[in-house]
Design a binder for this molecule. Structure first.
Ligand code: C5P
Length: 319
């Protein structure tokens, strides 16, 4: 994966605004181990960055301010615009790291729904790190930014890196993975989110009750890595796996019907993305993805459907 220094001139627009994008992710495989003492679970996952992008624009300001527009901002559970937002925490962390004042007006425009299992908040945080590094001229190295990202959340380093990567630890330890082709997906986005901690807790509960097998942290990913390297689609379809899926289904039983609808409509395979409730349906090619999306949109199983492809790059400056 390549990385260009985010601090270059030419990214500033006339009004001094700097904009960065970051992608959503799908976990094409996710094996979850037992609960650790620190409240996290060890995991082995394969992340794929897909072409659903959030946009973060930063300008000089006094103190910090955050505004959020776009997907999911008008609902009953709006994305917070204070310190609870990972974007705010990203700004404070970078300022502290660089020894500069945390002065910035940050605008987040979302196309990635919140609490959907797509790492939308992590994408916003990663884009904020890249944009503020340029605005403040902090010239953080890639290693610095990755370290800060890992402190913000388990998925933030991957939002920064993009592409395809094997994630271990709590998801923050990344090894890039070669993928020789693009993969086409339809994302079926449900009404209402799922809380990530609640889904992990439900998995622990189901395991304690003996209703799903205990987890293992042994690398599970070889078949999925082989499929990602060279395809064909049925090989990846057969290798898709998500230990969090039974927990998401237990909390949101309607997801069963959504998964059935996706395979019934011609998906090569479908699984819950991360902690859900988004359903990621794999298609043979772009045309098949467009057809699948049209069928699923017509069935009304999802609030909305999106056709995406991946791998795509991680957080980067625009313009
Ligand atoms: O790292 P992040 O802030 O995204 O994690 C949110 C929550 O998800 C954690 O507080 C924890 O409850 C759960 N989690 C976990 N194991 C992981 C990642 C997340 O239990 N590997």
């Amino acid at each position: 994966m390549s990385w260009s220094s985010p601090g270059g001139a030419g990214h500033s627009r006339v009004d001094g605004a700097i904009t960065a994008h970051a992608p959503a992710k799908v976990n094409v495989s996710l094996a979850v181990g037992p609960l650790r003492d620190d409240g996290f679970h060890d995991l082995q996952t394969v992340y794929l960055a897909v072409s659903l992008l959030d946009t973060v624009t930063v300008r000089r300001g006094e103190g910090l301010s955050v505004t959020v527009s776009g997907e999911g901002t008008g609902g009953p559970d709006p994305v917070p615009t204070d310190r609870r937002n990972l974007v705010w925490q990203a700004a404070e962390l970078l300022a502290e790291h660089a020894g500069v004042a945390a002065d910035a007006a940050i605008e987040v425009h979302k196309t990635i729904p919140a609490a959907a299992g797509l790492a939308g908040g992590s994408a916003d945080a990663a884009a904020t790190l890249v944009a503020l590094d340029a605005l403040w001229g902090t010239h953080a190295t890639r290693g610095d930014l990755t370290g800060l990202a890992a402190r913000l959340g388990s998925d933030v380093p991957f939002s920064l890196a993009g592409g395809v990567a094997l994630g271990s630890g709590r998801g923050e330890l990344l090894t890039p993975v070669l993928a020789r082709r693009q993969w086409h997906w339809v994302l079926g986005i449900a009404d209402g989110g799922l809380s990530t901690p609640a889904v992990y807790a439900e998995l622990d509960r189901l395991r304690a009750a003996g209703r799903v097998p205990d987890g293992t942290t042994a690398p599970p990913s070889e078949p999925v890595l082989a499929a990602l390297r060279s395809g064909p689609t049925p090989a990846l379809a057969a290798a898709l796996a998500n230990d969090l899926q039974p927990a998401a289904l237990s909390l949101r039983p309607s997801l069963r019907r959504a998964l059935r609808a996706a395979t019934g409509a011609g998906a090569a395979a479908a699984l819950v993305s991360g902690s859900g409730p988004t359903v990621a349906a794999l298609a043979d090619d772009e045309d098949a993805a467009l057809r699948l999306a049209a069928v699923l949109a017509g069935e009304g199983v999802f609030r909305t459907v999106r056709v995406v492809h991946g791998p795509v790059p991680g957080a980067r400056l625009v313009g």
